[in-house]
Design a protein around this ligand. Structure first.
Ligand code: CA
Length: 145
């Protein structure tokens, strides 16, 4: 396989990804670039569904952790123990973009992405809404209507 072949395949992969995101996201995003993913948004998959995306090509695991009742910051609020099963995001196609679709009723929520089972906790760089987390970092804010 030549470099050119790989390059063409990669370009085709990006085109497919962009088409898939445009088709699935349905929120008017026309610029699909790496590092510029949509903020969490409603999708039609099921009632109250919200899609979260996070780019972390080096990660082995990414979890969505937030302050809603069945997440409790991936279990750390309450038990103090990180629960790997809560908010586990998927990157089945291996493109480094992790995804999860979960049900969330209208409301105001705080969340972060926990990389490799809590080694790093990152706010959502594609979401401009954030506030201080009290530990020198930021929580991303999601307001759903
Ligand atoms: Ca992916």
């Amino acid at each position: 396989m030549t470099w050119l072949t790989i390059s063409r395949r990669r370009a085709a992969g990006f085109a497919l990804l962009a088409a898939a995101l445009l088709g699935l996201a349905g929120c008017g995003y026309t610029r699909i670039l790496r590092n510029r993913l949509p903020s969490p948004h409603r999708v039609e998959d099921f009632e109250n569904a919200v899609r979260f995306q996070y780019e972390a090509p080096q990660a082995k695991h990414v979890n969505l952790c937030g302050n809603w009742a069945d997440n409790t910051w991936c279990g750390t609020q309450g038990t103090g123990r990180f629960d790997q099963t809560i908010g586990a995001m998927q990157d089945a196609d291996g493109d480094g973009i992790w995804e999860i679709v979960i049900p969330l009723k209208p409301g105001r929520y705080m969340y972060k992405f926990a990389v490799d089972w809590g080694i790093r906790w990152e706010h959502d760089q594609n979401n401009p809404l954030a506030e201080e987390d009290g530990f020198g970092g930021s929580n991303s804010i999601l307001i759903l209507h």
